[in-house]
Design a protein around this ligand. Structure first.
Ligand code: PBG
Length: 344
C-alpha cells in the first residue's frame, strides 16, 4: 500500500490530476455510486444475541438496553421461526440463570437439562435452519460472576476451568448447538474443546472463538441483562481478558486459537476495536467476526432516543463499518431491525 503523498507523486500530471480527475464525478449520480460501492451489508452478515429466561410466555425488558427483551424458551422458539423468515443466519444464545443455580463450581453450566441446553433444543426443533451459537463461559453459573473457577486468593484458575468448559461445550453440542463460542478467555480451551468434540463424534460442531476479547467497560449493560453485574466479585476480568492497550497480542491470541482448531474468530467489542478487526483479517485471512456489544448498543439507543442521531441510517452505517474493516459478520442487538431495514 502507498501513502497519500506517494500516490500524489506517482499520479501522472497529464492523466491523474485535477481537473482530469474529479473524484466527485462518480459520486454525482446514484447509479455510479452503486457501481463503485466496495462493501455491502447484507442480512447474511448478521448474528442476533438472545437472552433466555425460565418460565413460559414471558418477556422481560432489559433496562439498560432499550428494546431488548429476555424471552422464555417457548417464545424463543417462536422468535427462531421469525428470524428464519427474515433471513438471519444465526443467533447467539445467553442464559439468565436463577441465583439459586449459581455455585462456586458452576456445575449448572453442563446440566443436560439446563436453561441453555433446553433453549437450544427448542430452537433447533422449531427452526432447524437457524444456526444456534452457544456461549461457553462460566459467568452465568458462578456465584462470583467471574468466567472461571476462583481459588482462595480470588484468582481465576485456568486449567480446572478448562475442564468445566469442555463439559459445558459437550452438553451444548449434545443439545444440538451448531456452533460453540468460548467467551471465557482461558488458555488452551479451544484445543481441549475441539479434542472432546472430535472424540464424542461432534466432528461438524463449529467453534467460534472469542479470541481477541478485551477487558472492556462496554459490557456493563450485558451484565445487567444476564444478572451477573451485581455479583461480580473482584470487579475486573483483567487477569484473563485482554488489555485494551494491545493490538499485537490480538494476533497472537487469534493465531493460537486457530492452531487449536477454531473455525472462526471474533474480536470484541466492535466499533472501538475496528483496527483490531482489520489487522486480524489482513494477517490471518480466516472467517472473522466482531461483536457490537451491549454498551455500543446502549449508547446508540441513548442518542436515538434523545433525537441526537437518526436511528435507521446510523444503525446501517455502524454495521457497514464492520464490513469495511474486514469482518465477515457482526453480532449485534440491532440484527433484527437491520434485517428489516435491508429488506425495504
Ligand atoms: C461473558 C460474556 C460477556 C459478553 C458476552 N459473553 C460479558 C463479559 O465478558 O463480562 C458481553 C456481551 C455484550 O456486552 O454485549 N462470558
Amino acid at each position: 500500500s502507498f501513502s497519500p503523498s506517494e500516490i500524489a507523486m506517482s499520479i501522472s500530471p497529464i492523466r491523474g490530476a485535477y481537473p482530469n480527475t474529479r473524484m466527485r464525478r462518480l459520486r454525482a449520480q446514484d447509479f455510479s455510486r452503486r457501481l463503485v460501492r466496495e462493501n455491502q451489508l447484507s442480512v447474511n452478515d448478521l448474528i442476533l444475541p438472545l437472552f433466555v429466561i425460565e418460565g413460559r410466555g414471558e418477556t422481560q425488558q432489559v433496562a439498560s438496553m432499550p428494546g431488548v427483551e429476555r424471552l422464555t424458551v417457548d417464545l424463543l422458539a417462536e422468535k427462531a421461526k421469525e428470524l428464519v423468515k427474515l433471513g438471519i443466519p444465526a443467533v447467539a444464545l445467553f442464559p439468565v440463570v436463577d441465583p439459586a443455580h449459581k455455585s462456586e463450581d458452576a456445575r449448572a453450566a453442563y446440566d443436560k437439562d439446563g436453561l441453555a441446553q433446553r433453549a437450544v433444543r427448542a430452537m433447533k426443533d422449531a427452526a432447524p435452519e437457524l444456526g444456534v451459537i452457544t456461549d461457553v463461559a462460566l459467568d452465568p453459573f458462578t456465584s462470583h460472576g467471574q468466567d472461571g473457577l476462583m481459588d482462595g486468593n480470588g484468582y481465576i484458575v485456568n486449567d480446572d476451568t478448562v475442564e468445566v468448559l469442555v463439559q459445558q461445550a459437550l452438553s451444548h453440542a449434545e443439545a444440538g448447538a451448531d456452533v460453540v463460542a468460548p467467551s471465557d478467555m482461558m488458555d488452551g480451551r479451544i484445543g481441549a474443546i475441539r479434542n472432546a468434540l472430535e472424540k464424542d463424534g461432534h466432528v461438524n460442531t463449529m467453534i467460534m472463538s472469542y479470541a481477541a476479547k478485551y477487558a472492556s467497560a462496554y459490557y456493563g449493560p450485558f451484565r445487567d441483562a444476564v444478572g451477573s453485574a451485581g455479583n461480580l466479585k473482584g470487579g475486573s476480568k483483567a487477569s484473563y481478558q485482554m488489555d485494551p492497550s494491545n493490538g499485537d497480542e490480538a494476533l497472537h491470541e487469534c493465531a493460537l486459537d486457530l492452531a487449536e482448531g477454531a473455525d472462526m474468530i471474533m474480536v470484541k467489542p466492535g466499533m472501538p476495536y475496528l483496527d483490531v478487526v482489520t489487522r486480524v483479517k489482513t494477517d490471518l485471512q480466516v472467517p472473522t467476526f466482531a461483536y457490537q456489544v451491549s454498551g455500543e448498543y446502549a449508547m446508540h439507543c441513548a442518542a436515538f432516543d434523545n433525537g441526537w442521531l437518526a436511528r435507521e441510517a446510523v444503525i446501517l452505517e455502524s454495521l457497514l463499518s464492520f464490513k469495511r474493516a474486514g469482518a465477515d459478520g457482526v453480532l449485534t442487538y440491532f440484527a433484527e431491525e437491520a434485517a428489516r431495514l435491508l429488506q425495504t
